[in-house]
Design a protein around this ligand. Structure first.
Ligand SMILES: NC(=O)c1ccc[n+]([C@@H]2O[C@H](COP(=O)([O-])OP(=O)(O)OC[C@H]3O[C@@H](n4cnc5c(N)ncnc54)[C@H](O)[C@@H]3O)[C@@H](O)[C@H]2O)c1
Length: 442
């Protein structure tokens, strides 16, 4: 896009961002929105958070964090600097920037569910005024910003690029990763017009070390999908390699570690019991849906999805075989599932393959318990709800189970104790490198 001089409305916003007098609004204070709000506060901005969940607004008002990986002190410090949260969307009028970080799940028939994004836009549109930036961060298909947001804003009589500035800037949060935080993860930004891009880059560059501009909102939307599809496909590949290596009696983790010594052209991905989290199992299907409108099939996405979603079944097969080797049927056996969050050291249960494993084991008659130091009580989930509490892992509890299944490798577990005291360990995460008579890889 050719840079043209921006109008007075845009110039004044850019100036308010540069001198940090702007009020930054973050809509959706979840895993993405809360750290972003805290970062803008840390960078010296006044910040207001919006959420439909009253409990989140109340937690912030009392300076408390509701995420394991975000300390209370971080929220309390931001609160001290004026960070406020509300369920009152009329206050959107006060904000100079409105950054939208609401969920983008799939419907039960695996189509994009944009209802959270649309509800958000519809709740803020009545309160918009000239001279505001709106940035969508929720992962979505190419075209969402132009097709769903822009017309709703313009219907109120604003011109995007002249009095309201519109961007798509995909979020790249990796909750719990100590090396990469909101500040040092480079931020992609695409604008609806060149002026929108300039305003968007002006905002984010105050809080993020490196902003990477792209030529359109659609390119920015597609960038995020490429990143997630790249992961999903490569995890699918390595999961298939694991099944092949297992049949050939080769240790796949040894092979990955060896291949990873190649200094170019190879990126290690690690197999597991299936895909979890809010992004990787879901986002690729946003592209699948959109590609259909162009008469195209997303074959890699479908194949990776098929392999990854079959992994919990494969793991259950390994548990059955291991018990069988000990003359025990799964039906009636006691199984302890270790780690039910979708990845290590977090309390996020969304799309966790561990929960699917529990359900598959129960359906085959196993008596299942779980242990997860980060999830003391099994939460009510969309698909599953078990009346269970986390069982402590100890010298006394471990031998009570016929099998202990390592589903998520939290650092808090004492793996040496588990190996010594459990009768049988089925390890889906490769925590046990050395062979042991009671450890089976899955
Ligand atoms: N969590 C991650 O690590 C991650 C990584 C990459 C991308 N994303 C993407 O970021 C987006 C947000 O994900 P998240 O993990 O933060 O979700 P989340 O569920 O943790 O948080 C979303 C928040 O939005 C609130 N909300 C829902 N509807 C609302 C509305 N109409 N108005 C105001 N608030 C509303 C919810 O109450 C919740 O607090 C999604 O598109 C997701 O795909 C998330």
């Amino acid at each position: 896009m050719k840079a043209e001089p921006i109008n007075a409305c845009a110039a004044s916003l850019v100036e308010r961002f540069a001198n940090r007098t702007a009020l930054v609004g973050v809509i959706g204070l979840g895993y993405v929105g809360l750290p972003l709000a805290l970062r803008f506060s840390e960078a010296g901005f006044r910040v207001i958070g919006f959420d439909i969940d009253r409990a989140k607004a109340e937690a912030i008002a009392s300076g408390r964090s509701y995420f394991l990986h975000i300390p209370h002190a971080a929220v309390a410090t931001a609160r001290g600097r004026g960070f406020d949260a509300t369920t009152d969307f009329s206050r959107a009028a006060d904000a100079d920037a409105l950054i939208v970080c609401v969920p983008t799940p799939l419907t039960p028939s695996r189509e994009p569910d944009l209802s959270f994004v649309i509800n958000t836009i519809e709740s803020i549109v009545p309160h918009l005024r000239a001279g505001q930036l709106i940035s969508l961060e929720s992962t979505t298909y190419p075209g969402t910003t132009e097709e769903e947001l822009k017309p709703r804003i313009e219907k109120r009589g604003f011109k995007v690029g002249e009095d309201i500035f519109l961007c798509f800037s995909p979020e790249r949060e990796d909750p719990g990763n100590p090396h990469f935080t909101t500040r040092n993860i480079p931020k992609i930004c695409g604008g609806s017009t060149p002026a929108c891009l300039e305003v968007g880059v002006a905002l984010y560059s105050q809080a993020v070390d490196r902003v990477v501009p792209v030529s359109s909102t659609r390119a920015a939307e597609m960038t995020k999908l490429l990143e997630n599809i790249h992961r999903s496909v490569n995890i699918g590949l390595v999961n298939e390699m694991k099944i092949i290596a297992d049949r050939m009696d080769i240790d796949i983790l040894e092979v990955i570690r060896a291949a990873a010594t190649k200094p170019f052209g190879f990126v290690p991905y690690y197999p597991g019991p299936g895909l979890g989290g809010h992004c990787i199992p879901i986002d690729p299907f946003y592209l699948t849906w959109k590609a259909r409108q162009y008469g195209l099939h997303t074959r890699f996405i479908e194949l990776a999805g098929e392999i990854n979603s079959a992994m919990p079944h494969w793991v259950v097969g390994k548990v059955i075989d291991a018990l069988n080797g000990r003359k025990k049927p799964l039906n009636g056996s006691r199984v302890l599932v270790l780690g039910i969050a979708y990845k290590k050291n977090v309390d996020d249960m969304r799309e966790s393959p561990a929960v699917e494993l529990m359900s598959l084991l129960m359906a085959r008659g196993a008596r299942v318990d779980y242990s997860d130091p980060h999830v003391p009580v099994f939460p009510r989930m969309r698909k599953y709800s078990f009346e269970l509490e986390s069982v402590p892992v100890s010298s006394e509890t471990l031998p009570q189970y016929d099998a202990v299944l390592v589903a998520t490798n939290h650092d808090a577990f004492d793996y040496d104790l588990i190996r010594r005291r459990a009768r049988l360990v089925v390890d889906t995460r490769g925590v046990y490198r050395e062979p042991s008579p009671n450890v089976v890889r899955a």
